[in-house]
Design a protein around this ligand. Structure first.
Ligand SMILES: CC(C)(COP(=O)(O)OP(=O)(O)OC[C@H]1O[C@@H](n2cnc3c(N)ncnc32)[C@H](O)[C@@H]1OP(=O)(O)O)[C@@H](O)C(=O)NCCC(=O)NCCS
Length: 198
């Protein structure tokens, strides 16, 4: 209560009210509406969902106290998407799963990260790549992405199929992760290489 009074004194009543409205009240109401209108495998308590979030994943499980900021897209086209409790996913992050994408507990996913667990088929050069589209084959060759607990992925990180990022790892901004990273690594670059171990 004391800290609330301090904040109101510092920023003014209407600014505090608008911050509360935008960042606490509306995301919680949105989460309530998602709970009513979407089918989740599990949707935890105190989940905060930002504006314009698109959740198309029938097998989706979101833990307690998860924050999903505005403009995120979770496209679980036949795959499972799991977000562990206390994880924060910043704005404009996209998850495309036809097999499995799991993000562990207490992770920080910075803005504009991109996770995709499959490739399109492009083996026949006499056909347009788009005409080789074969969902069954893509699903057969898809490989799970696992981000273990307590990881921090910087802004604009891309994670490709089959990657496991070990517990407590940090991935630098703008990195492209094509291979698994052992626990407590700090990795960065395109492709991401281990810079040092925490
Ligand atoms: C990964 C990161 C945390 C490392 O920070 P650090 O421990 O201070 O590491 P350093 O700056 O000493 O860099 C170590 C090495 O990695 C390289 N490096 C650091 N970040 C890099 C990145 N994003 N891409 C490529 N290389 C990177 C450095 O050039 C340096 O290389 P060198 O040893 O050859 O000189 C930081 O660089 C980073 O990318 N932070 C992400 C910020 C962000 O996205 N915030 C979003 C808000 S949630």
């Amino acid at each position: 209560m004391e800290s609330l009074c301090r904040q109101i004194k510092k920023y003014g009543f209407f600014r505090c009210l608008s911050l509360f409205w935008a960042h606490v009240f509306c995301p919680r109401i949105r989460s309530l509406l998602y709970r009513i209108f979407y089918k989740f495998s599990y949707l935890g308590a105190n989940v905060s969902i930002g504006k314009n979030v698109s959740l198309h994943a029938p097998n989706m499980s979101i833990g307690d106290n998860v924050t999903i900021a505005e403009n995120c897209v979770f496209d679980g086209i036949g795959g499972t998407v799991t977000i562990g409790s206390h994880t924060s996913i910043a704005n404009n992050t996209t998850i495309m799963a036809i097999k499995e994408i799991t993000i562990g507990r207490k992770c920080f996913i910075a803005p504009r990260c991109f996770f995709v667990d499959f490739n399109h088929i492009f083996s026949d050069r006499n056909l347009y790549i788009k005409d080789q589209y074969d969902y069954g084959e893509e699903q057969r060759t898809a490989k799970s992405i696992i981000i273990e607990d307590d990881c921090w992925l910087g802004a604009n990180v891309i994670v490709l199929k089959g990657v496991t990022i070990g517990r407590g790892s940090v991935v630098g901004a703008g990195s492209l992760v094509t291979k698994s990273i052992p626990p407590f690594s700090v990795a960065a670059g395109v492709p991401a290489k281990i810079k040092y171990t925490r």
